[in-house]
Structure formats: structure tokens, C-alpha cells
Ligand binder design. Structure first.
Ligand code: C2E
Ligand code: CA
Ligand code: CA
Length: 529
């Protein structure tokens, strides 16, 4: 149809209901429940067939007819709610579009309020969608409209958020209740820059306690991604195309419903200002210098991972994608004892509001790699809260290697201790280059030596462990070790008690046969020796 045909045919089309509303449901992707719908205009011409808004809306806007059309759509939405109530179907809020031209030279809020009152539809069942471009006519005017709509009790949604360059500022300066984020403006790569922008916007909206509805969601991948960053409300072809009234009524009478919940309130300690800067969001969650990081919600022992970065999965050492990881049960890899410890740390973080840490072991088994046990150090803190639900930011570090080394060290030290107790041996290590001596546990216990003795053997001579008449001989031994003498051995009376010990040194060399370390031992000389 031509422009002129739209203009000339408008009145008749309204009268004969060739202009009508279709409804696109909005779904909570996490629960599958319906949260509302948007009313969208259609024009079915008896000759030319169905006309789409992209063709006729601009014409109606230019010709000033849009105001009538939008009021008509609002009335249709009210009538649908009445039908719902009459049929005993629980009505869900319906969003009606308001053109930016509706605010110029008209009192849109007052007009719709009259219609609503006339039809006696509760205000909570109607929402108004405005676009960012409405602000182009001046912030004062749009704020005035918002104030008026709020005074009547309407929920106002910011449509097509993210389409303009000024999104962030507009949002900050306008008192908006719900954000509609259109995936199509950021289409292509949710894994790349588009994903980061969407994520920043969702995080930011949480900061403002403003719920987000993701629009234009066509694939499960997009919906899952939105869910993973904490945006569950979805409107798009994935769930349903806009449908005629009867079909919409059928859908909502069959599906469960739920109200749109306010976004999570974030704790005051975090700097909200940072969230205006999209780059800082990247820094916080995805950037490379943050290690393994995750965001999860926690409520009564139930933990749900919302987002993990690539490094998180890498730290865990699993050969799976972040998405696969998010789908797996976070508790699955911990035994009861470790699960309890983790839970306790969460409780501590909730109570203190500070960062708390724990180390937990997790067991993985896979067909390819067999069983594996890893130890993860987690530092976590609360970043948000909604009722009993907490939002956590966690950083992790795989400390398995460190732990295993420590355990090996501990067990070898213990083995050594048992052996030396049995054979009455004292042992130590002497580093040729640094002149540092490391005594065994028994030396430390019986002779009161510290774990590291510098400038050896002087402190041992000074302490009288090696008596003065043997001091020079013992010093000479260390000179000989420096020169590379392989083996030294003598019976020396030790300590003030002058107890005879067989003292031995054996030398270790590096690959160039340079002396590296000497291993000393002192064994009690048996009476029959
Ligand atoms: P909008 O307000 O952003 O509405 C959403 C549009 O996205 C609708 O197009 C809807 O059919 C489409 N959509 C929903 N899910 C998907 C999806 O998964 N993929 C894709 N590709 N599209 C999806 P529609 O109905 O053609 O409306 C286009 C625009 O026309 C609307 O965009 C709105 O700006 C305007 N419009 C529609 N009805 C009205 C109205 O009653 N009054 C005014 N002033 N404008 C209207
Ligand atoms: Ca809209
Ligand atoms: Ca939109």
C-alpha cells in the first residue's frame, strides 16, 4: 500500500477493525512461566493483505495519525483484560507502545487514563513502552510524562534499549521501571563484543534495580546466554511470535504465570559509578587480569552459577566450555565434608560482608582422563541481595599442585622423623653456596635449632654442640666440602655431655661436578662399636 492509501484508509480501517492488535508473550526462561505480553499493531487490508508496522507506522507518525492509533491499541488491550476477567482467566500485564510523537502536542497519559477508568481495568495490568528516542524532544518533557504516568500507577518500560548511543545516560536520567533490551541491535556474536555489551547492560540494570526483558530472542543459545548473565525475561520468536487475541488467551490460560520481580539489590559497598563505564564491567568479570571468576546466586543452600569466565573453567582444568560447565550441578564434585566447608564459608561471607576464603577438594571422573582430585581455593564475597537470595562474586585458584607438594613433604618429613627416632640419628642439609644449614626435626627438638641456620657451622660451635677442641677441625671440614671432598667421617664428642657420635658428610654435585649440597648426619656410637 502507498503512503496515501494508508492515510486515506486509516479511519475506515479503524472502524472496521482492519487495524487490530496481536500479542507477543513474555516468558521467564528459568521457570517457563508467562510474565506478560506486548500488544503490536497490525493492519489487514481486504485487498493488499497484512501490513506490518515498519511500513505504516512511519506514515501514521508523519501524518499525526499515530496518536489515535496508539489510543486505539490501548483500548484494545483494556478490552482484552476485561475479556480475560470475564472468562475467568488470570490476566497478565500488557505493554502498549507509545510513539515519541504521542508526547508532542498531546496529553497521552491523561487520555489513556480516561480509557482505563471507563473500562475499569486495574492499572497494574497495563504498561507503557516508550523509546529512547522520546527523549530527543527534550528531557524535561519526557520526565514530565513519566511523572504523570507514575502518578497514575503505570509501569513504564524503556523500549529498544541499547539502540541509541546515549543509552546509558538516558537510563541514568530517566525514572524507568523496566528495560527492554533488543538482542537484534547486538546480534551476531554473543560470545564476543555483543555479549560483553549485553552483559554490561544487564549488570547495570541490576545496579539500578531495574528488571530487564530481552527482546528479539530467537534461539535457545541466546536465551541461555541471557539466563547465564541473570536476565531471565524473554520476548521473542523462540517462545512465540505475536499471536491473535484468541490464541493469546489460550496460551495464558494454559501456561503458569508469575509477576515480574524487581532486580537484585546490590550491596552499597560496591561503587555503582563504575557500572556506568562498560569497560569496568569487562574488567570486573571478563578481563584477562582477573583470574578464574564466577558469579552465582545462593539461597538456602542452593547455589546457581550464573556466569563463569574462560579462566574459571581453565583453572578447574576441565576440558569443557563455560556453557557446559554452567549446566552442571555445582555441588556434584564435592563430597559432604567439602560441601559443608564451602557452605560455611558462604555463610561467613554473608555475615561479615567481607571476602572469605576456603580450600575445597573436588573429584572429577571422566571417560577419557579417569578420576582426578583437585583442590580449589575460593575467595568469595556478597555483591547483591534480593530477599533471601544472595549474589556472589567468587575468584578461584587451583592449588592442587601446591597442596600435593605440601602433603608429600609432610609425609616424607614424617617418615624421616620415624626413621631417625629409631636409629638415633640426627641429620641436616648444608648448602655450600649459601652456608645455610637445615636441620631435621630431631635436631630442632633436641638441640633447639631453628629451621634454618645461617653461616654454619659457627652457630653450632658457639652453642657448644661442637665442643671448642673440635671447632677448628669441623670448620676445616666445611672448607674441604667447598673444595669438593666427597666424603668426611669422624667420631666427635658432641654437646657439653661429650657424647660420642659418628659424624658424616657426603657431598652432592651439580651437572658440572660443582659441589652443591652436603648431607650431614650424626649417629650415636654404640657401646660395642
Ligand atoms: P517493537 O516495539 O520493538 O516491537 C517488537 C518487534 O519485534 C515486533 O515487530 C515483533 O514482532 C518483533 N519481534 C519479536 N520477537 C522477534 C524475534 O525473535 N525476531 C525478530 N526478528 N523480530 C521479533 P513488529 O510487530 O513488526 O513491530 C515493529 C515496530 O513497530 C515495533 O517495534 C514498534 O516500534 C512499532 N509498533 C508496533 N505496534 C505499535 C503500536 O501499537 N504503536 C506504536 N506507536 N508503534 C508500534
Ligand atoms: Ca515495543
Ligand atoms: Ca522493542
Amino acid at each position: 500500500m502507498t503512503k496515501q492509501e494508508y492515510i486515506d484508509g486509516f479511519e475506515k480501517a479503524l472502524r472496521e477493525q482492519h487495524i487490530y492488535a496481536v500479542y507477543q508473550p513474555q516468558i521467564n526462561h528459568a521457570t517457563g512461566r508467562c510474565i506478560g505480553a506486548e500488544a503490536l499493531m497490525r493492519w489487514k487490508d481486504p485487498e493488499s493483505g497484512v501490513q506490518y508496522p515498519s511500513d505504516f507506522i512511519p506514515v501514521l507518525e508523519e501524518s499525526g495519525l499515530i496518536f489515535r492509533a496508539d489510543l486505539y491499541m490501548f483500548e484494545r488491550a483494556c478490552l482484552l483484560q476485561k475479556t480475560c476477567m470475564e472468562k475467568g482467566i488470570t490476566p497478565l500485564p500488557i505493554s502498549v507502545n507509545m510513539s515519541r510523537y504521542d508526547i508532542i502536542g498531546h496529553d497521552f497519559p491523561q487520555e489513556i487514563e480516561q480509557i482505563r477508568k471507563r473500562l475499569a481495568v486495574p492499572v497494574r495490568l497495563l504498561r507503557i513502552e516508550i523509546t529512547e528516542s522520546s527523549a530527543i524532544g527534550g528531557m524535561d518533557r519526557i520526565n514530565e510524562i513519566l511523572k504523570q504516568l507514575h502518578s497514575y500507577g503505570y509501569v513504564v518500560e524503556m523500549d529498544d534499549f541499547g539502540s541509541g548511543y546515549s543509552s546509558l545516560n538516558v537510563l541514568k536520567d530517566l525514572d524507568i521501571d523496566v528495560i527492554k533490551l533488543d538482542m537484534r541491535f547486538l546480534s551476531g556474536n554473543i560470545g564476543g563484543r555483543g555479549g560483553i555489551i549485553i552483559n554490561s547492560m544487564v549488570q547495570m540494570s541490576k545496579w539500578l534495580h531495574t528488571p530487564v526483558i530481552a527482546e528479539g530472542v530467537e534461539t535457545m543459545e541466546q536465551a541461555d546466554y541471557m539466563k547465564s548473565i541473570g536476565c531471565n525475561y524473554i520476548q521473542g520468536y523462540l517462545y512465540s511470535r505475536p499471536v491473535p487475541e484468541e490464541e493469546y488467551l489460550k496460551m495464558i490460560s494454559e501456561r503458569d504465570h508469575e509477576p515480574v520481580k524487581a532486580a537484585m539489590k546490590l550491596v552499597e559497598t560496591m561503587d555503582a559509578g563504575k557500572f556506568w563505564d562498560t569497560d569496568s564491567m569487562e574488567t570486573l568479570i571478563f578481563s584477562n587480569y582477573v583470574g578464574g571468576a564466577a558469579i552465582f546466586t545462593y539461597q538456602n543452600g542452593k547455589l546457581e552459577l550464573l556466569r563463569v569466565n574462560a579462566k574459571y573453567v581453565k583453572e578447574i582444568g576441565m576440558n569443557i566450555s563455560e556453557k557446559e560447565f554452567l549446566r552442571s550441578d555445582p555441588w556434584r564434585y564435592m563430597n559432604l565434608e567439602n560441601h559443608k566447608l564451602y557452605d560455611k564459608t558462604i555463610q561467613k561471607a554473608i555475615a561479615s560482608g567481607e571476602e572469605e576464603s576456603c580450600e575445597t577438594w573436588r573429584e572429577f571422573s571422566s571417560d577419557c582422563c579417569g578420576d582426578d582430585r583437585i583442590c580449589i581455593r575460593t575467595s568469595l564475597r556478597v555483591i547483591g541481595r534480593a530477599g533471601e537470595q544472595y549474589l556472589f562474586y567468587a575468584m578461584i585458584q587451583n592449588v592442587t599442585a601446591e597442596k600435593k607438594r605440601y602433603m608429600e613433604l609432610f609425609s616424607s618429613e614424617q617418615r624421616f622423623r620415624h626413621a631417625s627416632e629409631q636409629v638415633n640419628i640426627y641429620a641436616w642439609e648444608y648448602d655450600i653456596a649459601t652456608k645455610e644449614m637445615r636441620p631435621c626435626f630431631r635436631c630442632m627438638r633436641d638441640l633447639g635449632l631453628p629451621p634454618l641456620v645461617r653461616n654454619y657451622p659457627e652457630p653450632a660451635i658457639e652453642a657448644g654442640i661442637f665442643p671448642p677442641d673440635y671447632a677448628d677441625m669441623y670448620r676445616d671440614w666445611h672448607r674441604q666440602l667447598e673444595e669438593g671432598v666427597e666424603h668426611l667421617e669422624a667420631v666427635i664428642p658432641l654437646t657439653v655431655g661429650r657424647v660420642p657420635f659418628r659424624v658424616r658428610y657426603s657431598l652432592e654435585y651439580d651437572e658440572n661436578h660443582k659441589p652443591l649440597k652436603a648431607y650431614g648426619s650424626a649417629a650415636l656410637v654404640c657401646e660395642n662399636e
